[in-house]
Design a protein around this ligand. Structure first.
Ligand code: DGJ
Length: 544
């Protein structure tokens, strides 16, 4: 009898997928909800990624990488986003070589850095430049996307099971390898593909794509639209509404005849393809997985930008087609950063910025995105190219955020924290927290030379405010002046009890200078100077 039970138990264990088996291991990095925020949990604790992404080719040579690691450490990064190239890991079909991945892992461990791996698989910025040469050359077996003139492109089509299976095998091998070798959980997330999107046409016109286009809209998508009808993003809801919320028919029946419909069709097929890769990878090792988007310029039409990618106006299509993808993320190279943050931090989608153009403003954007949008991380692109890393404003911002992150993580999702972003076009911001109204204004670099011409001050400033106790707040950042009012209908004035500048050591507040007199404008305001980053704790009181 005992042996029958034993055989039964062994059989049960064998049928447990790797995903089920590993899902019970709480040490595997995963996402967890805290109030309104989704947090990334690493080693059992919430983690804030102070990151940077490598330039595309930097990780292709271990020798080239050698001087890069000290730069990353000098900039106070705790996470590196690094590509994994399909052409390198599978140079011959079915023969895997993880030398570069292993080198990334061991060096990251040595430099106490976590990794987010970027899977440069079927697509990298729309194109298929990272697929191995044995795939590129065998274009009959691995078919290409075509434009509307039937010209074949350097893009593998999403409408080929052969293409998909080849990527699934390689990505699964990668995830299995990470699971086997990365006992320290150095790899904390994986990006599946890179900036997926169709260009220079809004959708693929190869034979299989054309056949798929005249098929009915898949029932899974219709079901999703019906179930979420009240909470759909307006971009999709409005299109569907214009067609009377049709629940069957072709893509053009359900969404209308337009380029936008071509793009929706493409988004669905990209999402389904990427989802199957992510699901297969998670089956081997269930790390959080995401996709990144090349953003569309305002007014650009589908086909003029990488179309069908994980863009805000296609978020519902991606959510419906790719449930194994945990979130969609913006690569911000132009436009209003606050606007993009708003478009990605939506119900059902957390904010992570895997790429942003390097620049002085990033020291403000990192505070804002974390404080205002509970971002789980921030990562300028080509971080290793930073000139004078020690003097970069981001280095100082990351140092301060490193001290401060336990408090931030404690307050994420709890309505006790807010972000501040000021610049020459938006120099004032007001917000309310725990019964007080805070008026923030832009502190230009040289306040005495400043004559009201905000163009004098080149960069944005930002910070985070946290309510830490009744009448007590911590403000951290740079280039901010704060005044205080009552937000209650009590007709009271608000005065400054005290302001201390200090530090966090191992999560504990260590007060330093008491800032009064000139430093608080004789008790009129709180000031975080622009030429450095500081943390200040203010006690307020009310009087008549
Ligand atoms: C966005 C891509 O995701 C990156 O890999 C890189 O190509 C940058 N654009 C631009 O250099």
């Amino acid at each position: 009898m005992v042996s029958i039970i034993a055989v039964f138990l062994v059989a049960c264990l064998q049928t447990l997928s790797a995903q089920q088996a590993y899902a019970v291991d709480k040490n595997i990095p995963h996402l967890r909800q805290q109030g309104a925020a989704t947090q990334l949990i690493v080693d059992g604790k919430p983690f804030l990624m102070l990151g940077g992404e490598l330039g595309n080719s930097t990780a292709s040579d271990m020798t080239y990488m050698k001087p890069v690691w000290p730069v990353l450490s000098a900039m106070n990064l705790n996470t590196l986003l690094a590509p994994v190239y399909w052409e390198f890991i599978e140079p011959e079909e079915g023969k895997y070589d993880f030398t570069l991945v292993d080198s990334l892992l061991s060096n990251a461990l040595r430099h106490r850095m976590r990794l987010v791996l970027l899977w440069f698989g079927t697509w990298k910025n729309s194109m298929s430049c990272y697929v191995p040469l044995w795939i590129k050359k065998d274009y009959n077996r691995f078919p290409r996307a075509r434009d509307n003139n039937n010209k074949s492109l350097e893009i593998l089509t999403a409408f080929s099971e052969e293409n998909l299976q080849a990527d699934i095998l390689a990505f699964s091998a990668l995830m299995k390898h990470i699971r086997e070798v990365d006992k320290a959980h150095t790899v904390i997330m994986v990006q599946v593909e890179n900036e997926v999107g169709m260009i220079p046409v809004a959708s693929d016109f190869c034979k299989s794509a054309n056949e798929a286009f005249i098929q009915p809209v898949p029932q899974e998508l219709i079901r999703y639209l019906q179930q979420k009808k009240d909470s759909l993003q307006p971009e999709i809801k409005d299109r569907w509404a214009q067609r009377g919320f049709q629940t069957s028919g072709s893509w053009e029946d359900v969404f209308g005849i337009s380029l936008a419909t071509d793009e929706i069709f493409m988004a669905w097929h990209y999402a389904v393809y990427v989802n199957r890769i992510a699901a297969a990878g998670k089956h081997e090792y269930p790390l959080p997985m995401f996709v990144n988007a090349a953003l569309n310029r305002p007014g650009a039409k589908p086909g003029q930008y990488p179309s069908g990618g994980p863009l805000p106006h296609l978020m519902d299509i991606w959510k419906a087609g790719a449930p194994s993808i945990d979130f969609l993320a913006p690569d911000i190279y132009f436009g209003d950063v606050a606007r993009w943050c708003n478009l990605y931090h939506r119900p059902g989608n957390l904010l992570f910025i895997p790429e942003i153009m390097r620049g002085t403003n990033n020291a403000a954007y990192v505070f804002y995105s974390i404080g205002r949008h509970n971002a789980i991380g921030f990562s300028p692109f080509s971080i290793e190219s930073t000139e004078c890393p020690e003097e970069d404003r981001l280095t100082a911002a990351y140092e301060l955020l490193t001290q401060f992150s336990p408090l931030i993580l404690e307050h994420q999702g709890r309505s006790t924290m807010a972000g501040i972003l000021l610049n020459k076009t938006d120099p004032f911001q007001t917000l309310e927290l725990d019964g007080y109204r805070f008026n923030f204004s832009f502190e230009p670099l040289d306040r005495y030379a400043f004559k009201g011409n905000l163009t004098d001050s080149a960069f944005a400033t930002g910070g985070i405010i946290i309510s830490v106790a009744p009448d007590e707040f911590i403000v951290a950042g740079s280039g901010i002046i704060v005044t205080f009012e009552s937000a209650l209908a009590d007709n009271m004035n608000v005065g400054i009890g005290s302001i201390d500048e200090g530090r966090f050591e191992k999560g504990k507040w260590i007060p330093g200078s008491r800032l009064n007199g000139d430093q608080s404008h004789q008790g009129r305001h709180m000031r975080l100077p622009n030429n450095r980053f500081s943390i200040q704790r203010v006690k307020l009181y009310r009087y008549q």
